[in-house]
Write a protein that binds this ligand. Structure first.
Ligand SMILES: C[S@@+](CC[C@H](N)C(=O)[O-])C[C@H]1O[C@@H](n2cnc3c(N)ncnc32)[C@H](O)[C@@H]1O
Length: 346
């Protein structure tokens, strides 16, 4: 079993970005080893930290580490897709900040029996929630060759997806693929030797793809971001750390839509769709780790942090309906989520 020695990624940037208040309510959808949690709890002597993780081993380790904070910490075993409901119950006035630090922890990667690692042999599992319905072995042993190709291509951006999928299907006809070692061997045989040089471990992309599929990682992210914004208190912030381009794109698009939800054609003088901005993206570009952090933590290499701030007050004003504006009036969406009407001169 690995150690929970996970170094919190982009820690300084998260602490600044969440603009922590000593009496605030903060939430964490990916508690892991509790690294970010500990640093935030140290800064909220009169506050509350509500945290979930779907991995009971992570929860046990984090709960022990964070015991000195007493009942300022409330922990639940759950997928973060349930966090909006948990927060509605536990923090009815809303959260001042919410953190998602996506992906697997070093601990999970370093525990061969969890099946995330292509470097050590173990059962081909990869479930972050050990009671989850689908393992990586289920996918490679039961899905069609087309589906496996698509998973490897879409989630792993694997150039040799079709060859790997074909070799998986021919291998499983002889015997089920049950271990990480078996899968790594198949991947090695599928990628030309020349292409294996210099691009990290040849099985890295295949393992990433199967992990994302087994844990529904992208679906959960896409379906939950908006709900998390909804349970922020006015002025509260949602910070999300991603580790690959597909996740980052989902966060970027969800934040942009939350800021500018209006779908009226640009020629409409006033907004009639009724969609109201929920706040603003406060990171126009993602925040990346410093050189210093990169030098001491390999896991930070692909990390990107984006932050959304909920509108202060009760929300941005909805556009006025039924008001007549002169022909040619244009709507300009301002970065703070409000709109400005540009009325043509008489
Ligand atoms: C990168 S680690 C978090 C590390 C943590 N921020 C720290 O500083 O120690 C990610 C954790 O999130 C959990 N996780 C990933 N996706 C999840 C989800 N959808 N719901 C709940 N927990 C999830 C994993 O089990 C893992 O423990």
């Amino acid at each position: 079993m690995g150690e929970f020695s996970h170094k919190p990624v982009l820690l300084r940037e998260v602490l600044t970005g969440l603009d922590i208040r000593p009496d605030g309510v903060y939430a964490d959808g990916t508690l892991g080893g509790g690294g970010h949690a500990e640093a935030i709890l140290e800064r909220i002597p009169n506050g509350t930290y509500i945290a979930v993780d779907q991995d009971p081993e992570a929860l046990a380790a984090a709960t022990a580490r964070l015991a000195p904070f007493g009942d300022r910490l409330r922990v639940f075993r759950a997928n973060y897709e349930q966090l909006p409901d948990i927060l509605r119950r536990e923090a009815p006035k809303g959260a001042d900040g919410i953190l998602l630090d996506l992906g697997v922890s070093s601990y999970q990667l370093d525990s061969p029996e969890r099946g995330f690692s292509y470097r050590a042999d173990g059962p081909l599992d990869m479930r972050m929630d050990p009671d989850g319905p689908v393992t990586a072995a289920d996918i490679v042993n039961t899905e069609s060759q087309e589906t496996i190709t698509k998973i490897l291509r879409d989630y792993g951006e694997e150039k040799f997806a079709a060859v790997i999928a074909r070799n998986i299907v021919s291998a499983r006809e002889k015997a089920p693929i049950e271990t990480t070692g078996q899968l790594t061997d198949i991947v090695r045989r599928s990628i030309p030797r020349k292409a294996q040089a210099g691009e990290g471990h040849p099985a890295k992309r295949t393992f990433q793809a199967l992990r994302i599929a087994a844990n529904r990682e992208l679906d959960v992210l896409e379906q939950t971001l908006d709900g998390l914004i909804d349970v922020l208190a006015p002025g509260g912030r949602l910070a999300v750390i991603t580790f690959h381009s597909l996740e980052d794109r989902i966060v970027k698009n969800a934040f942009r839509t939350a800021e500018h939800p209006c779908i009226c054609p640009p020629s409409f003088p006033v907004c009639t769709c009724g969609r109201v901005s929920k706040g603003k993206v406060i990171t126009r570009k993602p925040i990346l780790p410093s050189e210093e952090e990169l030098a001491e933590n390999r896991r930070a290499a692909s990390a990107k942090l984006r932050i959304f701030q909920k509108a202060p007050g009760s929300g941005f004003d909805a556009p006025v309906y039924g008001t007549l504006y002169p022909k040619g009036t244009k709507i300009k969406h301002l970065p703070d989520g409000t709109i400005e009407l540009i009325v043509p001169e008489e």
